[in-house]
Design a protein around this ligand. Structure first.
Ligand code: NDP
Ligand code: 8X3
Length: 259
């Protein structure tokens, strides 16, 4: 990673923060971004000159479009973009979920990720060097109750990543979608609106992935030889797997059958 410059969104917590620390430990320079300024200041103090921090809300189009042009010269030639900013809000079924949560997930996980990527690509093409790493999810491929819009935003990330590969064919720019299952970060705390007991219950009695496990996969993808593109990496804890298809039977009660 020596001589490389990474730009990481969602760097104030979890997977993004772990990527920043891993990249710096491997000799890269990193632009770390997120909304919480105090966390960014902590990261800057911890990592020193190798880490340049920028407060950035990926939902704000103007700042996102300007952010690469406004970087200091020694951080400007970004060749790795890690789109980690995002998350889930709520676990309510489609008829009871908060519409505001849906709007915010779409604004961050879909629109923000797309805008950031769009802003990063021209510089990568000009420098003939680049790698876009997106944080998708198993929720983009597999359905679960209450996953409704969150899973759909991650399906977008998977398709957008693949479509980027089509558009970037002929340029030496790589695109990878990392698709984790359960990773213990602030993800569930955010999903459940700060309810610590509910968040802890998600990981109770099982061994989840860690943010460092995912940073390790991101590092793996970006350190393959230049002719190798890791398209998708799906990963789960050993303690997580798939369920059978759900079938509604009338004798179990619950909602009535469509007539
Ligand atoms: P965390 O909640 O720990 O981190 C989320 C990060 O996103 C924070 O740094 C937060 O920073 C940032 N963020 C949220 N909204 C915005 C915004 N509008 N603008 C800029 N930054 C924002 O969760 P994870 O680290 O687990 O999640 C990282 C990514 O990985 C997400 O996209 C998530 O969907 C995905 N993922 C997570 C899994 C898990 O089980 N944990 C599994 C699969 C995928 P701040 O609030 O300071 O802005
Ligand atoms: C996060 C993983 O299974 O909670 O994307 O949706 S899951």
């Amino acid at each position: 990673m020596k001589g490389r410059i990474a730009f990481v969104t969602g760097a104030t917590s979890g997977i993004g923060a772990a990527c920043v620390r891993r990249f710096v430990a491997e000799g890269a320079k990193v632009v770390a971004t997120g909304r919480r300024r105090e966390r960014l200041a902590d990261l800057s103090r911890e990592l020193g000159e190798a880490c340049h921090v920028v407060a950035l809300d990926v939902r704000e189009r103007g700042p996102v479009e300007r952010v690469f042009a406004e970087l200091p010269a020694d951080f400007a030639a970004v060749d790795v973009l890690v789109n980690a900013a995002g998350g889930a809000l709520g676990l309510g079924k489609a008829d009871e979920a908060r519409v505001e949560d849906w709007e915010e997930m779409i604004a961050t996980n879909v629109r923000g990720l797309a805008l950031l990527t769009r802003a990063a690509i021209p510089g990568m093409i000009a420098r003939r060097r680049g790698h876009i790493v997106n944080l998708g999810s198993v929720a983009g491929s597999y359905s679960y109750p209450g996953g409704n819009v969150y899973g759909a935003t991650k399906a977008f990330v998977e398709r957008f990543s693949a479509n980027l590969r089509s558009d970037l064919l002929g340029h030496p720019i790589r695109v990878t979608n990392i698709e984790p299952g359960m990773v213990e970060t602030e993800f569930s705390l955010v999903r459940f609106g700060g309810d610590r007991a509910k968040a802890d219950a998600v990981y109770a009695g099982m061994k989840p992935l860690t943010a460092e496990d995912i940073a390790d996969l991101v590092h793996f993808a970006v350190t393959r030889p230049p002719h190798v593109n890791v398209n998708r990496l799906e990963v789960m804890p050993v303690d997580q797997a798939f369920g059978p298809f759900a079938v509604h039977r009338e004798h179990t009660g619950g909602r009535g059958r469509a007539t």
